[in-house]
Design a protein around this ligand. Structure first.
Ligand SMILES: [Zn+2]
Ligand SMILES: [Zn+2]
Length: 359
């Protein structure tokens, strides 16, 4: 039996670095909306970057952060009660020029929990969302519902990036930042889409070893190396496998760091593609005219089109993408410690917060 709450329990961000427990009213459901009981809310890099004031905090404070959410429908259309869902973090208007161009994941009027939905976000017991784009989880294959939160953003965003690069069977790809929160899924997704080479580049050698079990065909440690040294290592690997290092590779930049972006640009080959998925705030220097001589593409990728979610979910349920090894759950009451831990970096797993307000 589903339970409709009288209030929403939540953790609100008050100002950079400040968070407090709060109880707020359940908003009145409009037509086409449902109330979700939250099972899990992942901590994304953007969340702690906003919380610690590294990127603009946004106009509404106090408000609840968190946009990587899974849960159960507990109010709204009677036929949907009890259904388990993934909430796409970007819920488009489906009506603007961007949406009509088929690029609705970048809709400027989109509802994004924790960002553009007023005070409401995923670090809560419940949230009201439009039901149009929800992704229904019909079976879980033994995976806890809370874990599906990471599919909302970390997994789906790497799928979107692979689609933007048009990854095809037989492709050769490079993932810069292969061991990070998104990178661990980027390697798996490119492998699942049939890429014959998936080269993972990152700093942590222990995590790179793990990447070899999850999609990577080869790894290169970037620790204490210049971009040129990494390029030389990449060339010698290509020679050993009779692969052309100078053309055709599709490169994904998921680190969002200046160093990672420099490596990605250095590796960009003739008729290559570079998809930028990682998020950072620094400036890079690059010669635009090099793109002309290489006839290469640099493409941005942001979030994921809601229509792709059933495909992404199927890849998880069929075991093509493994999520459990990369998740650590923590009770939401430990949110301050969890944000701190995520912000400190070096985690081998993404933290998913599970609401424990009733305890
Ligand atoms: Zn995110
Ligand atoms: Zn739109």
């Amino acid at each position: 039996m589903v339970k409709v709450p009288s209030k929403i329990e939540t953790w609100q961000m008050l100002a950079p670095g400040k968070m407090k427990r709060a109880t707020i009213d359940v908003p009145r459901l409009e037509a086409g909306e449902v109330l979700i009981e939250i099972a899990g809310c992942g901590i994304c890099r953007n969340d702690h970057a906003v919380f610690y004031g590294e990127v603009p905090t946004g106009s509404v404070t106090p408000r609840t952060l968190g946009h990587e959410i899974s849960g159960t429908i507990v109010d709204g259309d009677a036929a949907l009660l009890g259904k388990e869902v993934i909430i796409p973090p970007v819920m488009p208007c489906h009506n603007c020029v961007i949406c009509k161009a088929g690029r609705e994941n970048r809709c400027l009027a989109a509802k994004i929990p924790g960002y553009s939905m007023g005070i409401y976000g995923g670090n809560s017991s419940h949230i009201v969302v439009p039901l149009a784009d929800l992704c229904y989880i019909k079976e879980k294959k033994g995976i806890p519902l809370s874990h599906f939160a990471v599919v909302a953003d970390a997994v789906a965003s790497t799928y979107q990036a692979a689609k933007r690069a048009d990854v095809q069977p037989g492709d050769m790809v490079i993932i810069v930042g292969a061991t990070g929160g998104a990178g661990v899924y980027a390697t798996q997704i490119c492998a699942a889409m049939g890429a014959k080479e998936v080269i993972g580049i990152a700093r942590n050698e222990e995590k790179l070893e793990r990447a070899m079990k999850f999609g990577a065909t080869h790894v290169i440690s970037s620790r204490n190396k210049t971009a040129k040294e990494i390029l030389a290592e990449f060339y010698s690997y290509c020679m050993s496998k009779s692969l052309p290092p100078y053309c055709g590779w599709k490169i994904f930049e998921w680190s969002g760091t200046a160093a990672g972006q420099e490596i990605a640009l250095e590796l960009l080959p003739f008729i290559g593609k570079l998809v930028v998925g990682g998020c950072g705030t620094h400036q890079n220097e690059c010669s635009f005219s090099r793109l002309m001589t290489l006839e290469a593409d640099i493409i941005g990728s942001w979030a994921c089109r809601p229509k792709y979610y059933p495909d992404v979910l199927n890849m998880v349920l069929s075991g093509l993408i493994r999520i459990e090894p990369f998740i650590k759950t923590m009770p939401m009451s430990q949110i301050k410690e969890a944000y701190e831990e995520a912000h400190r970096g070096g985690l081998t797993q993404r933290i998913v917060l599970t609401p424990d307000f009733e305890k």
